[in-house]
Write a protein that binds this ligand. Structure first.
Ligand code: NAD
Ligand code: DAU
Length: 378
């Protein structure tokens, strides 16, 4: 049983769900959330658990090796769940260096600090784990061989009840060759390789998972779903890249967090698991579902906000289709997503509409004061 767990990037979208799950589910473990609080880090995401006795927050950059070394020693870290990253593809196109700093050098610093600390322990690597959270984007892009979609061969509980479509016959497997295209996915691929290299070279117990697009509460409103919910609410244009025909495979964030918990405790060291819900959507169709849901919940006539759809210049190098085959995780560890897409979208839209203050604090920048107000001087 790992007692002192370091979760990096815990103030971000997925990280905050993982921190919340672990703090509540494992009261006997110390959960150390280490986050630099970049623009994407928001401690308001964790208001409900910040007073818990088994929770500690450390503000630090994962690339600051000396600080990370001290954190491993001070908290006697025996397990790492590494989520901290620059995560937005569009930003990586504008500033790739920042992505190399955090995703590559940051991951390397974390690996090195873990290695040094664990090698200094009497039991060395016994009972330790460095679990790296990665993305399906490292595999590159799949072709849209069936533009209208065919019946999905592997529908799960997370698939839409409205359509069980696959837009091609190929899926990303754990054995699919890496072929990243954006600076973001290139930096994540590099970090995945470093993680595996620390296992293969030094014998460090590592594990990597590659997940599809997550959606749900607490996602920074630069990403498609929260951006569009907020824009619909304010009657602002919805910028659809290209023709809106790119396909993404969507998974509710709490189902990802549950998979992370399961894999952290039961996953095979040195292995890789793909995580996804077999829930493919063309962007434009997904956007119409979001519009329909927001309009209904706001009491607008059906289709009212479709007029906001605005086709804009495509993202450079925009990957056409991602589709994860997660059957290995289902087969070997028994993971099943719990929430069907329609329920997940309803829950997500309701959450953003009910938490307008959370959104407003981000758009006004007020969320950046939260750390100083709550933690400075502690
Ligand atoms: P996010 O952008 O919402 O959060 C990232 C967090 O990392 C923020 O809290 C930020 O402050 C922190 N951070 C950034 N640079 C840091 C640094 N140098 N040192 C310490 N902390 C730093 O990201 P997310 O969407 O929650 O993604 C989390 C992880 O999951 C990432 O590794 C991402 O690649 C991966 N992932 C995301 C998705 C998705 O759909 N969002 C899907 C698959 C994998
Ligand atoms: O696949 C996993 C990845 O999913 C994660 O690794 C990334 O961290 C995460 O950001 C996400 O990447 P995407 O680029 O797929 O997510 P994003 O929300 O930025 O875009 C989803 C799709 O919608 C994509 O095809 C681009 C399109 N899009 C996005 C935005 C922000 C638009 O058409 N308009 C937009 O304004």
């Amino acid at each position: 049983m790992k007692r002192n767990i370091l979760i990096t990037g815990g103030a971000g979208f997925i990280g905050s769900h993982v921190v919340r799950l672990f703090v509540n589910k494992y009261p006997d473990c110390r959960i150390v959330n280490l986050d630099k609080l970049t623009y994407a880090g928001n401690l308001e995401n964790l208001k409900d658990i910040e007073g818990k006795a088994n929770y500690t927050f450390v503000k630090a950059d994962i690339a600051d090796l000396d600080t990370i070394r001290r954190v491993f020693q001070e908290y006697r870290i025996d397990g790492v769940i590494h989520l901290a990253a620059e995560s937005h593809v569009d930003r990586s196109i504008k500033d790739p260096f920042c992505f190399a700093h955090t995703n590559v050098m940051g991951t390397l610093s974390l690996l090195q600090a873990a290695k040094e600390y664990w090698e200094s322990c009497p039991e060395r690597y016994e009972g330790k784990l460095f679990y790296h959270i990665s993305t399906d984007e490292v595999y590159g892009a799949l072709e849209l061989t069936d533009p209208e979609g065919i019946e999905s061969p592997f529908a799960t509980a997370a698939s839409s009840s409205e359509h069980h479509l696959a837009f091609g016959s190929e899926f990303f497997l754990e054995t699919t060759k890496y072929n990243p295209h954006s600076p973001y996915s290139a930096s994540k691929a590099a970090s995945d390789h470093f993680v595996r290299a620390y296992h293969d070279t030094y014998g460090m117990p590592t594990l990597v998972t590659n997940c599809s697009n997550n959606y749900g509460p607490y996602q920074f409103p630069e990403k498609l779903i929260p951006l569009f919910i907020n824009n619909i609410r304010h009657g602002k244009p919805l910028p659809v890249y290209g023709k809106g025909e790119n396909v993404r495979d969507w998974l509710f964030v709490e189902d990802h967090a549950r998979a992370i918990d399961l894999i952290f405790h039961k996953g095979k060291v040195a292995d890789t698991y793909n995580i996804g819900g077999f829930n493919e959507w063309k962007n434009i169709d997904l956007i119409k579902v979001v519009i329909r849901t927001v309009d209904r919940l706001l009491g607008n006539p059906e289709g009212h906000s479709e007029r906001l759809i605005t086709y804009v210049t495509d993202r450079p190098g925009h990957d056409m289709r991602y589709a994860i085959d997660s059957r290995k995780l289902q087969r070997e560890l028994g993971w099943e997503p719990s929430l069907q897409f329609e329920e997940g979208i309803e829950k997500t839209v309701r959450w953003y509409l009910d938490h307008q203050d959370w959104m407003d604090h981000i758009t006004s920048g007020a969320y950046e004061n939260y750390y100083n107000d709550m933690y400075a001087g502690r």
